[in-house]
Design a protein around this ligand. Structure first.
Ligand code: ZN
Ligand code: ZN
Length: 466
């Protein structure tokens, strides 16, 4: 053991201190050691559990989402983040009412249905009408104008599970665009096979919009097994030339402009001139469940990673956390954020909004000159089983507006979406579906990426902004 009184002159002490601080820095920002520590994270699950238990469902613009924001501000302050705040904005708000569906002719039976966001109301008495069946959105599009007058259009689809969730992009338009197309062709109402991949009697809700000038009509999603049953009924009835009729009751309401808000927290960096890294999720959920997968988990993951970085000492760049207040019912949170913060210097945007299962691939959209950093990240993610092939990163819904307005660099950590659309927007999106081990892998991957980009002094400005 050293005897300080004999061996350490002031010069030696200064040199030792320098050595020590360099060593400490090297250790504190070494992605690998940070990664190992992050694999023991408990904060991501704690946030997900808190939001789903102490708040519950939290549809944007409602009193529940306001409670979620209060909870979030308290939680983020308690975790030690800086500049924690709620940035309120107003948004048009739609709320669910009664919802029932039954075939009345020729084989009377009840189905499980849920209204799609922005659906019109059938009125309390409901609508009973003949059902017209299409096996794809394209088939309904090809139907002659006026041919659906007074009828209920029913469109099914063929979505399958996929690790990259690509079925959603392929079949999502049945929900997003179908109601408007049905209305333009004169339909009285529109029902779909839920955009999902499960086989439970849980209908999947989700947002849709009627194009400007198109009359809103009632629009609902049947659970997948019920939709399969309706398909069989339609095929049997067609053979025997019998009409099929359905009674639909959906009584949602537009309750006008209501307050939502974005929650922001920061890990302030050592050098503000280096710009901020924006990491996002959305705080709101659909009203059918507690939104554990979509997207309490995302908020838990990005925040836990930022905390890991914070706990290792101040990073070079500021990391800003955005819990967007409204995503499900329209990108109101992301739009309000971009409007308020376009002038701030952001350098990279990232988002987590695809559940909490293992990350399997990293994607980049970085400027020339960032190749070394990109390689370093790809290398550092290998121990977590994450590859780096794939298309350029595009970012998530809540950061899409600020990426577009500020032309930001993006890194995407793609989660395994194989079971995501079993749960998405259903009453089954609850805490028990989160696998804590996979969630910790997410936190470790996010922490790894943040530790590199928040401490690199590379200029991440995309070419057209220079
Ligand atoms: Zn989401
Ligand atoms: Zn969603």
């Amino acid at each position: 053991m050293l005897k300080p009184s004999i061996l350490l002159t002031p010069v030696a002490i200064a040199a030792a201190a320098m050595l020590f601080s360099k060593a400490a820095f090297a250790v504190s920002h070494d992605p690998e050691s940070i990664q190992n520590k992050a694999l023991k994270d408990v904060v991501a699950f704690e946030i997900t559990e808190g939001l789903t238990t102490e708040v519950g469902q939290r549809q944007a613009g409602t009193e529940a989402e306001a409670r979620a924001r209060d909870w979030s501000v308290k939680k983020l302050k308690a975790l030690g983040f800086q500049n924690v705040r709620n940035e309120p904005f107003m948004m048009p708000t739609w709320v669910r009412g009664a919802e029932t569906a039954e075939v009345t002719v020729p084989y009377p039976q009840k189905f499980h249905v849920t209204a799609l966001g922005n659906s019109a109301s059938t009125g309390d008495a409901g609508i009973e009408a003949e059902v017209v069946y299409f096996d794809s959105l394209a088939a309904m599009q090809a139907a002659p104008d006026g041919s659906l007058k007074g009828k209920i259009a029913f469109v099914t689809h063929n979505m399958h599970r996929a690790q990259d969730g690509s079925g959603y992009g392929a079949f999502g338009p049945v929900r997003w665009n179908g109601p408007g197309i049905a209305s333009e062709k004169g339909a009285a109402a529109y029902v779909i096979k839920s955009i999902g991949t499960d086989s439970h009697r849980n209908p999947h809700t989700g947002n849709m919009n009627f194009p400007e000038g198109v009359k809103p009509i009632p629009a609902g999603a049947l659970s997948l097994p019920d939709a399969d049953n309706l398909e069989r009924i339609m095929k049997l009835a067609e053979k025997s030339k019998m009409p099929v009729a359905m009674k639909l009751v959906l009584t949602p309401q537009n309750i006008g402009e209501q307050e939502s808000g974005n929650i922001i927290a920061e890990v302030t960096g050592r050098d503000p001139s280096k710009g901020m890294i924006l990491i996002a999720c959305h705080l709101d959920s659909w009203d059918l469940a507690t939104g554990a997968f979509d997207d309490a988990a995302g908020c838990g993951i990005v925040t836990a990673a930022a905390k890991q970085i914070m706990d290792h000492g101040k990073p070079l760049r500021t990391i800003r956390i955005l819990w967007a207040g409204a995503e499900e019912v329209g990108l109101w949170g992301g739009k309000a954020y971009a409007k308020a913060h376009t002038g701030s210097k952001h350098v990279i945007a990232m988002e987590s909004d695809f559940g909490a299962d293992n990350i399997w691939r990293v994607e980049f959209n970085l400027p020339d000159g960032a190749e070394t950093v990109q390689k370093q990240i790809a290398q550092a993610l290998l121990p977590l089983g994450i590859g780096s092939s794939g298309p350029p990163a595009t970012g998530g819904a809540d950061v899409s507006n600020i990426i577009a307005s500020n032309n930001l660099a993006v890194i995407d950590l793609q989660q395994d979406g194989t079971r995501y659309f079993d749960l998405h927007h259903t009453p089954d999106d609850t805490l028990d579906k989160i696998d804590p081990k996979q969630m910790r892998q997410n936190v470790a991957a996010w922490t790894t990426v943040l530790s590199v980009i928040a401490n690199s002094d590379i200029d991440f400005t995309m070419p057209s902004r220079k």
